[in-house]
Design a protein around this ligand. Structure first.
Ligand code: NAP
Ligand code: MG
Length: 404
């Protein structure tokens, strides 16, 4: 069989622990037999980030801006415990995802992968709900401090013109904690644009919610920018019969639970972080959630929403068989290859992305799945739990048949 040829390389960001093991198996069994794979490879494994003073992360993000499409493996964000586990670390390196998001910008879209045997915890959900999480600022770029004595805190902005603007935050009588957060108008506008464009691309309604009744200026700005930007997309929305609607986050949460699904829910950075975990769990499993960072200029970074599955990795190191779910990581590859195919006008590559996903669904619908999913199947659905490698083998077999 002739392998599919690529034009532009994908940016490949390798990662850590169990997902790094799966990464190699996915490449060996699902990608390399069918595609003459071109990638620009960046090793974002923790030890290489340490060895390069985290320059590798910055370079991989810059490569993504240059080439347009990246696929990323899950990576360790070190914490105090990891500093002990890896004594060679010279710093508690920042989250690679945070670094990449701040360079690439844009919005993170997370969509659950829904299969027949597993019904969502919310019975009326019939279609996936995509969470669109703003990828910049707020608490993730905030500073905070602890004070011990009575006093007053003020928030002061010094303009380059020399003009100053101040508000009193609070006067306190005792120990207190403080936080200063910001966002950028340009980033909020990019967020709005990415969301409207993604709604058009996927032909789904767009919901947006904040707490603008409390944060009148801060969240009010998000609401205002979305309204301003919507003017540019309204005609296209009308044409496609899709809608944009804004509501308070409290109201949105209630509506989401009552809904049938099948729309995009845009959320500020923190809300999106938390709500995407809730939505993915309610749809079945964090291991079944895809994640794509989309910048307003149309740059894409695909990944799985879950972490490096540490516990499974330690079993693997002891020589034990694991049953780790590779679906979301496979969908990161299929999504990235399909997008590369679309941008480079290579229909075979687009077709490959689709067929790879079909092969995953066929495998799951045949009841062949990893332990995490097998344990969640509805009564009457016959599921067989297989190990990590057997699962990928079962997909490879179906994929080869589809592409033959
Ligand atoms: P995690 O790796 O997502 O795993 C949490 C638990 O969820 C696992 O122990 C496992 O449960 C289950 N799980 C998650 N993904 C699974 C999969 N593919 N197949 C089967 N089960 C799966 O989260 P974590 O343990 O909180 O974090 C581990 C490391 O990942 C941390 O160092 C963190 O910094 C990093 N992380 C990276 C990213 C990213 O790069 N995008 C995101 C989140 C976390 P059982 O053990 O019960 O089987
Ligand atoms: Mg989270």
């Amino acid at each position: 069989m002739n392998k599919i040829q690529m034009k532009t390389p994908l940016v490949e960001m390798d990662g850590d622990e169990m997902t790094r093991i799966l990464w190699q198996i996915i490449k060996d069994k699902l990608i390399l037999p069918f595609i003459d794979l071109k990638t620009e490879y960046y090793d974002l494994g923790l030890l290489n980030r340490n060895a390069t003073q985290d320059q590798v992360t910055v370079e991989s993000a810059e490569a993504t801006k240059r080439l347009g499409v990246a696929v990323k493996c899950a990576t360790i964000t070190p914490n105090a415990q990891r500093m002990q586990e890896y004594p060679e670390l010279t710093q508690m390196w920042k989250s690679p995802n945070g670094t990449i998001r701040s360079i690439v910008g844009g919005t993170i879209f997370r969509t659950p992968i829904v299969i027949n045997g597993i019904k969502p915890a919310v019975r009326n959900w019939e279609k996936p709900i995509t969470v669109a999480r703003h990828g910049y600022g707020d608490v993730y770029r905030s500073v905070d401090m602890y004070t011990t004595e009575p006093g007053t805190a003020t928030l002061t902005f010094k303009g380059v013109s020399g003009e100053e603007k101040s508000v009193e935050v609070q006067t306190v009588k005792g120990p207190a904690v403080w936080q200063g957060a910001h966002n950028l108008e340009a980033s909020i506008r990019g967020f709005a644009k990415s969301c409207f464009q993604y709604a058009i691309d996927t032909k789904q309604d767009l919901w947006f919610s904040t707490k603008d009744t409390i944060a009148k200026v801060y969240d009010g700005e998000f609401k205002k920018v979305f309204e301003e930007e919507f003017v540019n997309y309204k005609e296209k929305f009308d044409e496609l019969g899709i809608t944009y609607f804004y509501t308070l986050i409290d109201d949105a949460v209630a509506r989401v639970i009552r809904s049938k699904g099948g729309y995009i829910w845009a959320l500020k950075n923190y809300d999106g972080d938390v709500m995407s975990d809730m939505i993915s769990t309610a749809f079945g499993s964090l291991a079944m959630m895809t994640s794509v960072l989309v910048s307003p200029e149309g740059i894409y970074e695909f990944e799985a929403a879950h972490g490096t599955v540490t516990k499974h990795y330690y079993k693997h190191l002891k020589g034990e068989k694991t049953s780790t779910n590779s679906v979301a990581t496979i969908f990161a590859w299929s999504g990235a290859l399909r997008k590369r195919g679309e941008l480079d006008e290579i229909p075979e590559l687009v077709n490959f992305g689709n067929k790879l996903e079909e092969a995953v669904f066929d495998t799951l619908n045949a009841g062949i799945m990893t332990k995490d999913l097998a344990g969640m199947c509805e009564e009457g659905f016959k599921a067989t739990a297989v190990n990590s490698e057997e699962f990928i083998d079962a997909i490879a077999e179906r994929l080869a048949a589809k592409l033959a």
